[in-house]
Ligand binder design. Sequence first.
Ligand SMILES: Cc1cc2nc3c(=O)[nH]c(=O)nc-3n(C[C@H](O)[C@H](O)[C@H](O)COP(=O)(O)OP(=O)(O)OC[C@H]3O[C@@H](n4cnc5c(N)ncnc54)[C@H](O)[C@@H]3O)c2cc1C
Length: 175
Amino acid sequence: MIREHTTQIYNEPGKMVMLNAYNGKTDIVFCFSADQEIPYDCRNEQQRAITIQHVNSMGWRVPELLEEVKQTSSFYFDKLCQMKMPSWTKGRVALVDDAGYCASPAAGMGGSLAIGGAAALADALEKSDGDVTLAFQAYDESFRPFIEDVQAQAAMMVNFLILQTEEAIRARYDQ
Ligand SMILES: Cc1cc2nc3c(=O)[nH]c(=O)nc-3n(C[C@H](O)[C@H](O)[C@H](O)COP(=O)(O)OP(=O)(O)OC[C@H]3O[C@@H](n4cnc5c(N)ncnc54)[C@H](O)[C@@H]3O)c2cc1C
């Protein structure tokens, strides 16, 4: 659909289309912002209809791209959300990655947070000499600043990708 190893982005206020070409295929990503939580059943075709309904008035190559959306067998839909918990541990249970501190796909870091979080927890357990309370406290203190930074950057990325006004879109392309 576009040249291999390139990305193209098209914006309209509150909506964005991104094409990513790699390995002989092109991923089509539609993003839109909604004023309210959109209720849907994740086990049926409703998600495809919701996507089409929100973006089908867009210009550029969107009509052609929506034909792909209608027929693809690898359709995925979700909201971009983050998990922010005051504590990642309780008793002898500790959460790692999405369950404790999902940063959303906008971070592009979920895999790294899983490995980094597991390593931080393992380090803390090793150093605490069997004291789980102490270990969990160290896990939280050592890893939370990094998580807060990654989550803040992911939120900024969403605001960068989905611009809300014509002025903001023009300002970006005039840069
Ligand atoms: C569209 C998209 C693109 C992404 N792109 C990237 C990327 O480019 N780079 C990156 O690093 N990360 C990316 N991520 C994020 C990354 O995939 C996640 O952050 C990561 O997989 C989270 O790992 P996890 O182990 O915490 O959770 P998961 O991978 O969700 O694992 C949880 C597991 O628990 C299972 N489970 C759930 N409930 C139960 C239950 N009750 N009993 C038993 N099992 C259960 C689930 O089936 C699942 O296998 C992306 C995510 C999405 C959605």
